[in-house]
Design a protein around this ligand. Structure first.
Ligand code: GLU
Length: 448
């Protein structure tokens, strides 16, 4: 059996870390088993879906390194859904209902006040053809509900183990709205059947759905795929992330300079029994992927952890990889620059600040006059006019200042670093001096 999975985002918003984790786990599983990863745009809701969101989903997946093998739009597959709906209608499993939302709300309140579960009472099943004709003559349009069998639906979930959903405790789900719109439930099953999806991997918020959908698979004469319901994300504070997910969009993280491999390393490892650490590649992540490693407890999305992995990923970038991005930032000062500063970066874009520090004007604190004079003399001795500092110059320079002033340790190095870079900490000064250059160094010493 060839593994075939799908990621089915609704283009009603941007991808956030929650749905990226779903995409990633699907992708890793397909990759591990030489299977197919399908991108299925869940755009049956034509009003809320936008092309911009759809394009952003593709851009984000591509940027993350998660290419898809097949791609579909549900909005182009209505014929299939109509056919499936006709099959279900003919089998008496899809029935028209005419209640308004207010009527349903009223009934629900009555049920609750009587201590009954607020599930749909199936009153519409008792309507005669004349009743329906009368309602339609009044201008009412039907919505269509799937008649659940009301049984224990069971499956062996790859993450949650043995699962049971008692469909007698659920309302018959509405599959088609009165305006004819197919809600996600039926198209998803029809597509999973027609695209021969072998594994449905999604968040645990879909567990109840799966109970109803398994009945729909069966009603359409298909064997349900294998299910894997992943635990949801919580923040470092232990609170559910669902409300905050909107602000954790992939596009925004890209704009903030995050490395895709840091995001995928983090999202691929949280909630698993493997350590949350930076991996070298998505293939490495895929190689170690197994559903048995995913726990049922919520996965902890911790920005501090992500930032740690991100910094490691930046530190590991070689100049060839960094160069085009440095050029885009207007901060490509050459390989020596990159090698000198990379370990001081948390985000790639921080390189711009260092390029400005080396080539722009800096505001260091004023140096003590005697110290300043000694530093200028020492520097001109170590790097005579007409020459430029090299990586040995810093130690020769600081030794000479030490001899002349008696300053040592922090009292020697700190004011010099501050005068030359305007900062208290940063890359090795021995590497920075050649990058700042003689003229600027003297200018900064004099101005300091
Ligand atoms: N569009 C649905 C969602 O994002 C798809 C769920 C599924 O994977 O079946 O929740």
């Amino acid at each position: 059996m060839t593994v075939k999975v799908r990621f089915a985002p609704s283009p009603t918003g941007r991808l956030h870390v929650g749905n990226v984790r779903t995409a990633l786990v699907n992708w890793l599983f397909a990759r591990k088993h030489g299977g197919v990863f399908v991108l299925r745009i869940d755009d049956t809701d034509l009003e809320r879906s936008t092309i911009e969101n759809e394009e952003a989903i593709e851009t984000d997946l591509t940027w993350l390194g998660l290419p898809w093998g097949e791609r579909y739009n549900q909005s182009k597959r209505f014929d299939s859904y109509e056919r499936a709906a006709a099959t279900l209608k003919a089998a008496g499993r899809l029935y028209p209902c005419y209640e308004t939302q207010e009527e349903l709300d009223r009934r629900r309140k009555v049920q609750l006040s009587r201590g009954q579960p607020p599930i749909y009472d199936r009153a519409a099943l008792d309507l005669t053809d004349e009743d329906k004709a009368k309602l339609e003559a009044e201008g009412r349009k039907p919505h269509w509900r799937f008649k659940l069998e009301g049984k224990r639906v069971v499956w062996e979930d790859l993450v949650r183990g043995h699962c049971e959903v008692d469909t007698a405790s659920l309302s018959d789900p509405v599959l088609i709205r009165e305006d004819g719109l197919f809600l996600y439930t039926l198209p998803s099953v029809v597509d999973d059947i027609e695209m021969a999806i072998t594994h449905v991997v999604r968040g645990e918020d879909h567990v109840t759905n799966s109970g109803a959908q398994i009945e729909i698979f069966e009603a359409l004469g298909a064997t349900p795929p294998t299910f894997a319901h992943m635990s949801l994300l919580i923040g470092a504070d232990g609170q559910a992330l669902s409300k905050r997910l909107g602000s954790l969009s992939v596009g925004q993280m890209r704009d903030e300079g995050y490395e895709p491999i840091a995001i995928t390393s983090h999202l691929g490892r949280i909630g698993t029994s493997d350590p949350v650490e930076l991996v070298g590649s998505l293939d490495e992540l895929a190689g170690g992927f197994a559903f048995e490693k995913l726990g049922r407890a919520p996965a902890r999305y911790d920005t501090a952890d992500l930032d740690r992995l991100n910094a490691q990923a930046v530190h590991a970038l070689d100049y060839a990889a960094a160069q085009p991005r440095l050029a885009t930032l207007g901060a490509d000062l050459g390989e020596a620059f990159w090698l000198a500063v990379r370990e001081n970066l948390n985000r790639f874009d921080d390189a711009r600040g260092w390029a400005e520090t080396l080539t722009g004007t800096v505001e260091g604190p004023r140096l003590d006059e005697a110290f300043k004079a000694a530093a200028i003399v020492a520097f001109e001795e170590v790097v005579p006019a007409g020459s430029e500092p090299d990586t040995q110059s810093w130690s020769a320079f600081t030794n000479a200042v030490k001899e002349a002033t008696g300053a040592k340790g922090g009292a020697l190095f700190k004011p010099l670093r501050q005068a030359l870079t305007g900062r208290d900490a940063g890359p090795d000064m021995a590497a920075l001096l050649p990058l700042i250059g003689r003229d600027r160094i003297l200018e900064r010493l004099r101005g300091g």
